[in-house]
Design a binder for this molecule. Sequence first.
Ligand SMILES: [Zn+2]
Length: 313
Amino acid sequence: MRKRKNKQIYLALILVILIALIGIQQAGFFSQTITNANTINSANTTSTPKTNMNSGTQLEKQALDQNVKIHFIDVGQGDSIWIETGQENILVDAGNTGKGYVVADYLKQHNAITATYLIGTHEDADHIGGLDEVILSGIEYTTYLSPQQDCNTKACRDLDLLIIGKKQKIKRGELLHAKIPIYGLNPIEPLEFEEKNNNAIVLLVNIQDINVLLTSDCEKECEESIVNSGLLNQVQIYKVGHHGSKTSSSVKLLERIQAKVGIISVGANNSYGHPHETVVNRLIEYGLKIYRTDLDGNIVLNTDGKNYTIENN
Ligand SMILES: [Zn+2]
């Protein structure tokens, strides 16, 4: 009788602990950010089981085998960002039509001929216009990530012809199946905004103690949505939204992220007047050290997860 009672008490205790653990996970933060992210598998790893936040947390705790580099490639007016972990490559955008070959040459010069993910943050040509050229240059890739399945621009339709069977979506709270934790902060599904810039893919790259925020052309409405989601806290490196346009880098975002460095990907003497003076002054006011591809060329962040350097080449 007593034994049975003890057993019941043990079972009750285990149940309480389980409930408490689930509660902690629900309320907790991913390194102060996301909980319960689903993993996006790259296309050839579909046999890998979907995991929850725990895998991200474990990855985060692992020592880095080698430094991680993030290259902000000078593609003139546009974006192209190469995340190099040493074991895999992830390419986020490839500039406008014609710039994809510049990106492909840059990758090949660094012996990067395969990529786990190609990511087209949104349909504008200054982001995805060069991605078909990257593919045609022979860079092999496993998965193409986009905010949506359908296309509304020529650049997107051209690209779609090349990426048949490899296109996947990413949305807020999802974790890429990658060597380092990379989280989707935007868009949400169904797409929240009419303006496509605001449905762009926004990524948080977590390299141990160093967080890098890549906001594509996300504007202040999208920034507000991300800040209000509670998924974003301090980052060290901020890829300045929308090439320094005054539509982005709102006070609300800068207050939240408290970044140390702002990297602006922008073309010299561009017709948009990017980066806008107000934004540059705001970044300075918030203490960010600014780097610009039009002035500095290719900008490379190099980090061991504790410290970082920024160089240009
Ligand atoms: Zn853009």
